[in-house]
Design a binder for this molecule. Structure first.
Ligand SMILES: Nc1ncnc2c1ncn2[C@@H]1O[C@H](COP(=O)(O)OP(=O)(O)OP(=O)(O)O)[C@@H](O)[C@H]1O
Ligand SMILES: [Mg+2]
Length: 243
């Protein structure tokens, strides 16, 4: 039986007079990949920042694994089993690839050896095992994205929030990242996936939520969303440079 792991209930986020997210509600079922799409400025990253504890919501409720996390800090949300990647990847450039992933592992263990073991396992999963000793800042963008995935997986998450993890990658690199994401789902991780590349979204997502000007415009399967006239008019019809 499926269970709702994340419930977004009537969530709004205002920045002064700017309504970035407006009364958005949806739920993400356990072990599903939920796409979150919409034009630039639609409020996707802002919603992630609210869920992960970086921004307090203006109103509404965010319930993760049965617990209201509205007032939790990012480190608390992470320890509850939710990890996020950043739209603009920002590894700790002067630390090695291994050390970056160990920082993730410290969310679930205080033991140095155990953190290193977890980190090396996750580097293997993303194919970065040969880069463990390299400085993170020296990696090209495609490998930095893999490092992001290894870092968040080292926290032992129940849920991942992936913000444009394929952004800036070519087709081959995107295919590799999608393959890794599928293996993470097979490990039981639930994923919310922000992405502009619709081929990537429709190939990997079970369900898609569309935001436009901060509001939820539509929700449905990839087939339903790509055929939805409102979504085509607001986003898929070529109005967005990234769509
Ligand atoms: N810290 C902030 N202070 C003020 N306004 C903000 C802040 N963060 C986001 N916004 C505003 O919220 C709105 C939504 O931005 P957001 O970054 O969430 O969009 P997005 O859907 O992630 O877009 P993109 O696809 O370009 O990444 C925009 O109008 C943006 O200017
Ligand atoms: Mg964004």
């Amino acid at each position: 039986m499926t269970r709702k792991l994340l419930c977004i209930d009537n969530v709004s986020k205002h920045f002064g007079g700017n309504v970035a997210v407006s009364e958005v509600s949806f739920a993400v079922e356990e072990k599903q990949i939920c796409g979150l799409i919409g034009p630039n400025g639609a409020g996707k990253t802002t919603l992630f920042n609210c869920i992960a504890g970086y921004y307090p919501v203006t109103s509404g409720d965010i319930v993760f694994n049965g617990l209201n996390i509205n007032r939790k800090r990012p480190d608390q949300v992470c320890r509850l089993g939710m990890a996020r990647t950043w739209q603009r990847v920002k590894p700790m450039s002067n630390m090695t690839v291994l050390e970056n992933v160990m920082v993730g592992a410290f969310a679930s263990t205080g033991a140095l050896r155990k953190a290193e073991t977890i980190a090396r396992q996750e580097l293997l999963v993303v194919g970065l095992e040969n880069y463990a000793g390299k400085l993170a800042g020296s990696l090209p963008i495609g490998l930095k994205k893999k490092l992001e995935l290894a870092r968040v997986m080292a926290t032992s998450p129940k849920m991942l929030l992936l913000d444009e993890i394929c952004g800036g990658l070519n087709k081959t690199e995107t295919g590799i990242i999608l393959g890794i994401i599928r293996t993470l789902r097979e490990r039981g991780v639930t994923i919310v996936f922000i992405e502009h590349d619709m081929k990537a979204v429709t190939s990997i997502c079970d369900n898609i939520v569309v935001l436009s000007s901060g509001e939820k415009l539509a929700e449905g399967t990839p087939v339903e969303i790509t055929a939805n006239p409102e979504v085509i008019a607001a986003y898929l019809g070529g109005g967005s440079s990234n769509a």
